[in-house]
Design a protein around this ligand. Structure first.
Ligand SMILES: Cc1cc2nc3c(=O)[nH]c(=O)nc-3n(C[C@H](O)[C@H](O)[C@H](O)COP(=O)(O)OP(=O)(O)OC[C@H]3O[C@@H](n4cnc5c(N)ncnc54)[C@H](O)[C@@H]3O)c2cc1C
Length: 512
């Protein structure tokens, strides 16, 4: 039996244990929370809703994710996975659980060392090109908000959530309508998955970079991969390289028949968390320990016919330096589990289709490169990021200073004129779009809102074509391009789903 238990923020916001409160209402501690959400349709009547089923255990989703679990395979050549982000991790976990002993090559460092590399970049402005917010154990998702919501519908979400909870993610990600893990927990989740893969016979080779794919005699199948440390004979290569592996894509673009695809470019916008909370809920969530900072999702069409939308919103989070090479500035957002920092941020993006400007399949990468290096020089070539307030942008002024909203980007920001960085159509779309968004969320168009540039890596500018059913590259037998970088996912959950599906397809093909 499913039942909605409804609380006001005052009734549930500061109780020591939500579960105990639910048990009191139900008169029993035998229940499962199926879903929780905040109904904020009426600001003067906010409801915190827990949908519970009585006496039922949450089902274990492992069987759905690994349909042939228990079968073990004899293989001569071990599958090689390149990239240990969500796609590579979950593909690796599936292959390891099938007993297929994958070899995983990851150019970045283990998460313990990577954490120090990321801190060093934030403090000193010196990036390690192989260990940063994009590259290293756990991939781009490790130092993130750890939002797990996705538009992709899949029965595999439950399994992914259960794996994460097993390795340290909070249990509420299994039922919250907007689940988020937080960077502090993601680090442990990543370590847990690594240990399981190794315990099952998989190998993870950190600080090793794939540099060349060697085709077999027929020229259309893979036979070997060359890294900067050695080589591996394999007929099964899973490319889970994420959306920032530009050298690898450039060097293999014609071999893999890489295509350009639409993506989006823009800035990060920051507001005071308390202002966003009050606009969304009518109160400051800092007053309630059990109510998470408010999130939003907005999309508008400006009068010039361009779209502007928010992406990867990080309530109570910070803007982080997300470049992966020297002399570049890239923004993105992250937050800790508590989501209780002073600002809330999100990407503000304008869609861009490279095909409109060039036939070159790599035109999108060239555009990203250009913006990222220009952002670096515009801000003074010291790794600070260029920023301006919305007030200055609207008034057509060069960037001056900030006031109530203090930019969170480290290693710091420099006031600039973003019109010198972004093409005019992007600037106009930002100006008009933010104003329209202000009609949807009070204060979104505040003159004090801070815009920090440049947000270029929200999705991949290329796709590596693959067969719809087998996930095998159309250009080369034995290569399986997966996850965000290959153009088949757009976030942690969808990349992990793609990785699991690929792992299953490979296991099935080996079973035949
Ligand atoms: C700061 C930040 C915050 C984010 N927040 C969220 C969020 O809250 N929710 C969400 O859903 N998404 C978020 N994202 C996006 C999300 O992280 C990505 O969609 C996801 O990580 C993509 O997974 P992936 O496995 O396809 O690729 P990646 O995670 O990018 O992993 C690819 C891996 O491949 C490795 N690699 C690349 N080239 C080579 C090579 N030649 N040899 C060896 N290894 C190589 C890289 O080092 C990297 O570890 C965020 C991204 C960033 C940067």
């Amino acid at each position: 039996m499913i039942k909605d238990i409804i609380f006001t923020p005052d009734q549930i916001g500061n109780v020591p244990s939500v579960k105990e409160e639910l048990a009191k209402r139900l008169g029993s501690s035998e229940f499962t929370i199926e879903k929780s959400f905040i109904d904020a349709r009426h600001k003067n009547d906010i409801k915190v809703v827990y949908r519970v089923s009585k006496g039922e255990e949450r089902s274990d989703d492992t069987a759905a994710a690994l349909p042939h679990l228990g079968k073990r395979f004899n293989i001569s050549k071990r599958p090689v996975i390149v990239g240990f982000g969500p796609a590579g991790m979950f593909c690796g976990l599936v292959l390891a659980r099938y007993g297929l002993n994958p070899i995983i090559i990851e150019k970045g460092r283990p998460v313990e060392e990577r954490t120090k590399d990321v801190s060093f970049y934030k403090e000193k402005g010196v990036i390690d090109p192989s260990s940063n917010i994009q590259f290293g154990e756990g991939g781009a998702g490790t130092f993130s908000d750890g939002k797990l919501y996705t538009g992709v519908s899949s029965g595999l979400k439950g399994f992914i959530g259960q794996v994460m909870v097993r390795y340290g993610a909070p249990e509420d990600i299994l039922y919250d309508s907007h689940p988020h893990v937080g960077t502090d927990n993601l680090v442990n989740v990543v370590k847990g998955i690594r240990k399981e893969i190794i315990s099952l016979g998989g190998e993870i080779r950190f600080s090793e970079e794939l540099v060349r794919i060697v085709p077999g005699h027929d020229g259309s199948s893979v036979s070997e991969v060359i890294t900067d440390k050695g080589s591996y004979l394999t007929d099964t290569l899973i490319l889970a390289i994420g959306n920032s592996s530009r050298d690898l894509i450039r060097n293999n673009a014609s071999f893999l028949k890489v295509e350009s695809k639409p993506f989006a470019v823009g800035v990060r916008i920051e507001h005071l968390r308390s202002d966003i909370d009050k606009a969304m809920y009518g109160f400051d969530t800092a007053d309630y320990k059990n109510i998470c900072a408010a999130n939003y999702k907005l999309a508008v069409d400006t009068c010039s016919g361009k779209k502007l939308y928010t992406f990867c919103m990080c309530p109570g989070g910070e803007v982080v330096p997300s470049a992966s090479f020297e002399k570049a500035v890239v923004t993105n957002g992250m937050s800790y589990r508590a989501r209780n920092n002073d600002n809330s941020n999100s990407a503000l993006l304008v869609p861009f289709d490279p095909k409109e400007v060039s036939d070159d399949p790599l035109a999108g990468i060239t555009f990203q490169d250009m913006l990222e290096t220009k952002a670096y020089t515009l801000a003074g070539s010291d790794s600070t990021a260029p920023f301006m307030t919305y007030g200055d942008l609207k008034a057509g002024k060069s960037g001056t200073s900030y006031s109530s909203v203090v930019p969170t980007y480290k290693p710091g920001v420099t006031a600039c004129d973003l019109r010198e960085l972004l093409p005019e159509v992007f600037v106009e779309t930002l100006k008009d779009g933010i104003s329209l968004m202000g009609r949807k969320i009070r204060g979104f168009d505040s003159e004090n809102a801070v815009l920090t540039a440049v947000e270029t890596r929200s999705s991949s500018p290329v796709r590596i074509p693959r067969n719809r059913d087998t996930f095998e590259s159309v250009a080369c037998k034995g290569i399986f391009p997966i996850g965000e970088g290959a153009g088949y996912a757009g976030g942690i959950m969808s990349s992990a789903i793609d990785g699991i599906k690929c792992g299953n397809l490979i296991a099935e093909s080996m079973l035949l």
